[in-house]
Design a protein around this ligand. Structure first.
Ligand code: DGP
Length: 114
């Protein structure tokens, strides 16, 4: 999608700090970290958010989920644990309309979710 920031990051048009990449997904450091480790994982195919997740093929959906697992492992978060957040739409405070999972970790996070 031409105007999408995350599509431009995936294509390399906008620079990012890459953490992980495979056929289905791309992971990079968040510009505005909310935890000691804060990485975004995005499917390479543009869909708006989870409300459009069924537009992804089964392989793309599974690949996206596996990329979250692989990224967290690469970051060394799998032992101690981490949080995954996916905001959707206005009430979910989504600001970039390309499906993404926030991986937050590197410290004991608050028990509060909102
Ligand atoms: P959300 O509120 O779930 O839509 O979060 C979008 C996140 O994307 C937010 O934490 C900041 C991050 N972000 C926005 N623009 C850029 C960018 O150009 N580069 C990077 N690395 N992160 C960005």
């Amino acid at each position: 999608m031409d105007s999408c920031i995350f599509c431009k990051i995936i294509s390399g048009e906008i620079p990012s700090t890459k953490v992980y990449e495979d056929e289905y997904a791309y992971a990079f450091k968040d510009l505005n970290p909310q935890a000691p480790v804060h990485v975004l994982v995005v499917p390479k195919r543009h869909v708006k958010n989870l409300t459009e997740a069924s537009k992804l093929s089964d392989n793309e959906s599974a690949g996206f989920l596996r990329a979250v697992e692989n990224t967290a492992r690469l970051l060394g978060l799998d032992e101690g644990g981490y949080r995954v957040i996916m905001n959707a739409g206005e009430n979910g405070a989504q600001t970039v309309m390309h499906l993404h999972a926030h991986i937050l970790g590197g410290a004991k996070l608050s028990e509060k979710m909102a």
